[in-house]
Design a protein around this ligand. Structure first.
Ligand SMILES: CC(C)(COP(=O)(O)OP(=O)(O)OC[C@H]1O[C@@H](n2cnc3c(N)ncnc32)[C@H](O)[C@@H]1OP(=O)(O)O)[C@@H](O)C(=O)NCCC(=O)NCCS
Length: 134
């Protein structure tokens, strides 16, 4: 299957993204308002089949040293058909991001990200939970 990747909040289908993220294990308690705010303050990438959005991810970055990739999701019945790869290729080749160090967190999709040059580093990272965000 061939997918188009679009960038920028204004090109995303906000309602699709909210529904998709609220179906995940990591954002199931995130409000639509919070999701929209997070998108407006990130670089958004979407995979599209024609005009229909079928995938999403976003990048938080200082545009100088580091980016953080998160909220990577593909519509369930279209997984393993290349949409996630199309988005990842767009992220790592984006001129704003291509030379920066990328970081991300994942419970079980390490194999997917390894295809795009990410490596496990269990020793280096720490995180701080809050009552609101886990
Ligand atoms: C993970 C996810 C975004 C990958 O997107 P996708 O469109 O299914 O991925 P692709 O079809 O481009 O797959 C590319 C390759 O990665 C592999 N892959 C896909 N998902 C994988 C996973 N969870 N773990 C390991 N490998 C995976 C595919 O088998 C494929 O391998 P191949 O090139 O050897 O055939 C998608 O499966 C998804 O939305 N999963 C549920 C949400 C999730 O776990 N998101 C990541 C949170 S960190």
């Amino acid at each position: 299957m061939s997918y188009t990747v679009k960038t920028g909040f204004e090109n995303m289908d906000l309602q699709w993204v909210i529904k998709a993220l609220q179906s995940t294990y990591w954002a199931d308690d995130r409000s639509g308002e919070t999701i929209e705010k997070s998108m407006r303050n990130s670089i958004c990438f979407g995979a599209f089949e024609g005009e229909k959005q079928v995938g999403f991810c976003r990048v938080i970055t200082d545009c100088a040293t580091t980016f953080y990739l998160c909220d990577v999701i593909v519509e369930e019945n279209l997984r393993k058909s290349g949409a996630g790869s199309a988005m990842m290729q767009a992220v790592i080749s984006d001129p704003l991001l291509a030379d920066l160090r990328g970081i991300l967190g994942t419970k079980d999709a390490h194999g997917f990200y390894e295809k795009f040059g990410f490596e496990k580093n269990d020793k280096l990272f720490m995180q701080r939970w809050t009552k609101v965000f886990r």
